[in-house]
Design a protein around this ligand. Structure first.
Ligand code: NAD
Length: 353
């Protein structure tokens, strides 16, 4: 298993180092993992003059999976746009054709107090949102701002082809098969033709997955249900713009940004795995960041790219154990918790493994 490791900027290096500790344990036990490091983001610009250096792109293309920390920092904010760290991230997603973005919203019962919703509504929450990432109104043509009849108008095109819907639906059904076998497709078919096609194609794909219970919701209702009764959901599949909004909404149900991993997959389940948070320049270099989102990203890598559910479960169980044991980094600490550093949290997960 070839892994491109791209720590990036800010806390990226600190949190990735903890995830690598977990991988080293598995290696010592005999797992054949090859790790090679590359620069990305500000680190890519500093070392090679490009936020996505050619060497990093080639390394990532040759790898089975990419583990990424985070990119960005105030020292890069005045660079020309193509040289900014975030551009490196957008480019690598595009270059690797990572069209399916998986964002779990998962809440450990012990952390229910950190949510903005009532503990009984969110305790035990475990949703996976599959967002289409390379199409929809964000990329559709024509788009622009122009003068018509003496006033400016802005316009974009919401567009999906059957093949784009089919491939992300297949990913979502595949994931539902590995989880609770329930999939909810979210669109706005009562108003939008684009959503009508989405609904048709998802229903066609459903025939290949008879074990999965498919439901559909209009996006406005889905937004409401996510707050009213989020535990009704197992897997949600939706387009780029609806997924952008709903996945942020869902991730906040669980309170802490430092706990949530993500995956972005291509059609062969090659993936890039990263925490959902950024480079947190305010706490970088202090060894206080929460590394659990990055460690859980490794679990996702085992689940979705390497199809090794046992190892994925084992890593997730180790994280559950350290939470149950009371270990807390600053972002999830409450009275009575055992406050630990980033590296001590990594060591605790290794011990729990
Ligand atoms: P951020 O996610 O970096 O930080 C938001 C807040 O959450 C900060 O207070 C930070 O200290 C805290 N935080 C984030 N991760 C944490 C962790 N693991 N443990 C403890 N606390 C954590 O978002 P931001 O401050 O808006 O952006 C900072 C930089 O990160 C910017 O340059 C931005 O462009 C970049 N960014 C990168 C990504 C990415 O690499 N995928 C995503 C978002 C933002």
């Amino acid at each position: 298993m070839k892994l491109a490791v791209l720590p990036g900027d800010g806390i990226g290096k600190e949190i990735v180092a903890q995830a690598v500790k977990v991988l080293e344990v598995l290696k010592r036990e005999g797992a054949k993992i090859e790790m090679e490091y590359g620069n990305i983001g500000g680190a890519g610009y500093d070392a090679e003059g490009d936020p996505l250096p050619e060497t990093t792109l080639n390394l990532s293309k040759a790898a089975d999976a990419v583990l990424l920390g985070a990119v960005g920092g105030p020292q890069y904010d005045k660079l020309d746009r193509p040289l900014r760290p975030e551009r490196g991230l957008l480019r690598i997603r595009k270059e690797l054709n990572l069209f399916a973005n998986l964002r779990p919203a998962l809440l450990y019962p012990e952390l229910a107090g950190a949510s903005s919703l009532k503990p009984e509504v969110v305790s035990g929450l475990d949703i996976m949102i599959v967002r289409e990432l390379t199409g929809d109104v964000y990329f559709g043509q024509p788009r622009g701002i122009e003068v018509r009849n003496g006033e400016r108008v802005g316009f974009n095109t919401m567009i999906y082809s059957e093949s784009e819907v089919r491939r992300v639906a297949q990913v979502a059904f595949g994931i539902a098969m590995k989880r609770g076998k329930k999939l909810c497709s979210v669109e706005k078919a009562n108003v939008l033709e684009c959503s009508e096609l989405w609904r048709d194609v998802v229903a066609e794909v459903a025939k290949d997955y008879p074990e999965v219970e498919l439901s559909t919701l209009y996006v406005d209702n889905a937004a409401m249900q996510l707050v009213k009764n989020p535990k009704q959901f197992d897997v949600i599949v939706t387009g780029n713009i609806f997924g952008d909004i709903l996945s942020d909404q869902a991730s906040m149900l669980s309170g802490s940004i430092g706990m949530l991993p993500s995956a972005s997959l291509d059609e062969n389940n090659k993936g890039m795995y990263e925490p959902i948070h950024g480079s947190a320049p305010d706490i970088a270099g202090k060894d206080i960041a929460n590394p659990l989102a990055t460690i859980l990203s490794v679990a996702m890598m085992y689940r979705y790219t390497f199809a090794d559910m046992a190892t994925a479960d084992r890593i997730e169980n180790a994280v559950k154990k350290v939470i149950a044991q009371g270990y807390r980094t600053g972002d999830i600490w409450t009275e009575g918790g055992h406050k630990v550093s980033c590296s001590a949290m990594g060591d605790a997960v290794v011990a729990a493994l």
